[in-house]
Design a protein around this ligand. Sequence first.
Ligand code: DPP
Ligand code: ZN
Length: 867
Amino acid sequence: PKVIYLKDYQPPAFAIEQTQLNFDIGPDSVIVSSRLRVVPCGSDTDLVLQGENLTTLAVSLDGVPVDAARMTETESTLTVRGIDSACWLETRVAIDPWGNSSLEGLYKSRTMFCTQCEAEGFRKITWFLDRPDVLSVYTTRVEADKSDCPILLSNGNCINRGDLSDGRHFAEWHDPHPKPSYLFALVAGDLECVTDEFVTVSGRRVVIEVYVEPKDLDKCAHAIASLKRAMRWDEEKYGREYDLDCYMIVAVDDFNMGAMENKGLNIFNTSCVLAHPATTTDAGFQRVEAVVAHEYFHNWSGNRVTCRDWFQLSLKEGFTVYRDACFSADMNSATVKRIEDVNLLRSAQFAEDAGPLAHAVRPASFIEISNFYTLTIYEKGAEIVRMLANMLGPETFRQATDRYFERFDGQAVTCDDFLSVMEEVSGRDLSRFARWYSQAGTPVIDVQDEYNAESQIYRMTLRQSCRPTPETPDKQPFHIPVRIGLLGEAGALALYCDQLATQELADNTDVVLELTDTEQTFVFTRVPERPVPSLCRNFSAPVHVRYPYDEPALVQLLARDDDLFNRWQASQEIAIRHIAAELDGNPLSMDRWTGALEQCLADAALDSAVMAELLHLPTMSYLIDRLEGHDVLALHAARKTVEEKLAIALKPRLHKALQAYHPPAQYQPEAGQIARRSLRNVAARLCVIAGWEQAADWIEAQVRAATNMTDQLAALRMSLLLPDADVSARCLDYFFQQWSHEALVVNQWLAVQAADERGDTLVRLQRLTETAGFQWGNPNKVRALVGTFAGQNYPQFHRNDGQGYQWLADVVGKLDQSNPQLASRLVTPLTRWKQYGARGTAMRNALQGLAGQDLSRDLYEVVHKAL
Ligand code: DPP
Ligand code: ZN
């Protein structure tokens, strides 16, 4: 396969000013006719269009069939020569949505036809310049059987519809906003619609329509409410108003991504749009809110201002993730949102940055762009925007985003364009900061300090480094904002530092040190006592920070830091020390740590949701990164031992918390209730781990009687911690009987079993794949079962006999034939083989087996980079 390089970028040789499409959906074929207004941009007269799996029926120019001598068709291109002035190019192709299992292009999901065009799916629909810098105005006519497909949708506004002969009908849509082909969408099927409306800040009425299968009509309210909140929030925070008369969302079962921001017609994975208290957890409700907002925010950061080329993907994704994270923080507990995001980043993105597939936020090359919808592009990209927003401050950042939207509206631009506006508006030099886009890898900051009691001078030295990564072996220093505070015996100390502008010292206890060189020393004066530094507050930069804390200092931070995020951070560090000590066979006393946690538990002012987070140990993935060189199963066992000790020490207090919990009269997915439920369920879980005598009865009663999915699923998960497998078997059965008709709940049921660390999980999972609740064609089910097993079930996936690895490789090899995107995503755990010492050999062998097969471009790239 061919490698594509950013440095080879060339602007398109032709513009396509208008795109007129007709979809004729028949009983066993779909004919796509296209009329393109093609305009040469320079002297090049060979028009090279992209296409994939198209059966070309006709090609004409200005109404005249194109001579065979003037055109060349290959598997992936159609070249028409001698186009030296504006013309209408018409093509007619046949496509096969029934046979399209890649879920890219036009395909059939259950009873409906739908599309997914990002990144390069449009070429599976018709011949086109399928690249994001070709913006065109689309008019789309869809024609189909009226009883099979009463609903016919595309982007923009419906301008005409009517009945035809033979029980057929049509609808015609026009989208006035020029857009790249990846934002094209079409849906045809038998769907029901829930409608609502939103009045924009300037008083325009926008019709909201959510299309679902009839059985899901009662699961749309939360998405609609979330959408309206997001629309208002974007008006208030970014001055962005919606720009069409209608905003449509369609829920689709078989979908590779979470959702897609197609102009005016978002297409959503059912898992990211449907919600109901009986079937959706609190986390599920929050996910729906976040994804609905994310796709809505793309209307400006992505659709109105789009990407010049796919190397700039983070331009829209990083910015939009940052926007949706701020929105979620405003709607829920801001600290918990930050903890969740940082946890994800450190667990998954840091691992990506440390592995063979490490790439910059703006990569320099790729084989298959679908492989670059990664945590680096999304989450690290969002961290870059967050650093900028914090460095500029809210007013300047808002001025800069206003200018960005204004200047580039209707254009396809680059990450450099975004940065240059930030630079221009703020007057700051961001030339070093720009390296965040071009250099992969997670920087490490080593912090050293020195205190002189006599002079009351405290010196802090920051030194940065970054491991080599595939594309950037040698790194230049990053521009890193490190937010810090200094803690004294009685609380936060006032900060005096001549190197910082006075405005940065405004609140006096919290400052940002900007590290732009390899090493810098900051000198603080009038420091009355030896402080405990609180570093990288609220995770001010996506870096590892190393400082030689002793446990009392960490406990002090956990108990009293005025940065709530860093209290959590301290508790994670303490846990890591305990786990490391356990691994070394020298366990530490639990007293100081549990004493601090008990105080936190007793503190009524502390947000219960934050408290729940304080009780979670670091994820396995983060531990593997931090405690390199230990066998994964030993690490897993040490983590469990520490968790059990923690649970036993805190049991009386947790038990009290559990008893004190009273369920609300009516379930609401709002911050207060969510916080109380999460503390209650983590407390129950720890009580179970601590050997609570009534655990089995309590769990079984919860599984049977819980009135919401959050509590029911939490109890089901806890049942797997019981020594008695009969109880969990009964709970799993009961749960399945109750929910076998709800696909999304069945997926949760699959995931619970895939995470089962006891017994012969692999055999049970293999059996599950043969049951009616599972389908290989549905990515949600595959991810729930295979993804959870390989990504989260450490003891079972890393079985000594290597069968866990082999199963994953077999599954991936098979899936690659039907859905390459899904296959190349699922294989990720095997690509990390270097982190697993002796076990890595078996993991590598499994990959090697795949490498010997005939692979898709997607899987080829991942497997070969990993080997
Ligand atoms: N649908 C994906 C997202 O919104 C890709 N654009 O992130
Ligand atoms: Zn996105």
